[in-house]
Design a protein around this ligand. Sequence first.
Ligand code: ZN
Length: 254
Amino acid sequence: MFNALHVNDLTLYRSSLIDSFNHIGHAFSTRLGGVSPEPYNSLNLGLNVGDSDENVVRNRDLFLKSINAGQGQLACGVQVHGNRVQRVENPGLFDATDALITDKKNIVLAIKTADCVPVLLYNPVHHVLAAVHGGWRSVKQDIVPKTVNLMSSEYGAKPDDIYCAIGPSIRPCCYEVQRDMADQFPTDSINRKDDRLFLNLVEVIKSQLLVSGLLPGRIDDSEICTCCHYELFFSYRREGAQSGRMMMAAVLKY
Ligand SMILES: [Zn+2]
């Protein structure tokens, strides 16, 4: 279950499943509580979307404080909708990276989204943390199973001990796709309404997680659609190129 919480002027979401572990801090941002003007109002956490860098830096400070972290701890990818997974030993910005894994404490793994699916993976037995940017291209290229496999093969984190949180993202209520795109996904992940097709990308991810060995009771889905709730979230589908970005941030505390 996901819970909304209010920290100063911010509204954040956290997974109660992930919160049941003391060793990890995490949060999913909303668009509320920041300093950016329209159309980035107000907690835009993405650079290079047209907002001023100064505003984004202020906003990142505000957001990261909510998990008692700072920007010097950030590990981010330059997200390209690929399937490269970065092993993170130190904070930094990593080229062409849509997934990050670490077993080091005090490094904040961060994923930026506006409709794409943010996926948090945590193995409390081996203290391994991963964050995935699940856009349709990356999901189709198996970025989620690839990350789970690397957590297992490189860090000894067995899939049946991995806990997962799936944050707010565009859902089949709003995610209309054309046939050529729908054809690239399993038929049971496509909802039909009259002649229109809607992709359930989260269902694709959940199926991949189960095939990878995660247990069903260890997947916590927010069940929140960013495109329906645009007063609360940035939505690329609704707002286009001038959409701000939310952030999922997670850190091993000790
Ligand atoms: Zn929706």
